[in-house]
Ligand binder design. Sequence first.
Ligand code: MD3
Ligand code: FE
Length: 214
Amino acid sequence: MIQSSLDLFDPHPQRLARHTLLLPGFALPELEALLDALRPVLRAAPFRHMHTPGGLRMAVALTNCGALGWVSDENGYRYTPIDPVSAKPWPALPPLLVDLATRAAAQAGFDGFVADACLVNHYLPGTRLSLHQDRDEQDYGQPIVSISLGLPAIFLFGGLQRSERPRHIPLSHGDVLVWGGEDRLRFHGVLPIKPGVHPRMGERRINLTLRKAG
Ligand code: MD3
Ligand code: FE
């Protein structure tokens, strides 16, 4: 019947693990407003390639908005209130993003999540993000909300030990992922982005992660 085929376009949330929820297409209704909010952020704080403490140039280009921004250099990984490139505070976190993250987190059972930092990652075809944990935030009790835009990606969803073989999770334009609780410190990464052109976003993938860093 017609109703059931229409349901294919309104996919259900998928629980990937006990405290990890994939919300397919959750950002799509607000996509243009989200891009409008992102434009001045990227103008004030353009994407840049940071270096690992070991001196390696990261394949992913990144920037931040919010009270705190994640940086990596020869001195290590940390959150800072000042953008080292502009020597000014990071651009403000657009309220639309904070609100979207609060609503997504609530769907996953994390009530009252208020992000103070948004790390924005930029991937070209071929760019990958190797397996890592996010451990630079103050309170691991706070969830992280991720918004995927543009070219699709295969997300690597690992375990609490690096040695655990990660699951491969496809992420599409507009998908939102929430993880917290016992899943907060899982190893994760992104396989090399396949060549392609996204009709709205062009030849790139952008991922926003909303965090309570401080
Ligand atoms: C599930 N970003 O910025 S976001 C990062 O797509 C980062 O750019 C990736 O890892 C990206 O630190 C992945 C989705 C994600 C991130 C971490 C997780 C999902 C997660 C940790 C545990 C479980
Ligand atoms: Fe991460």
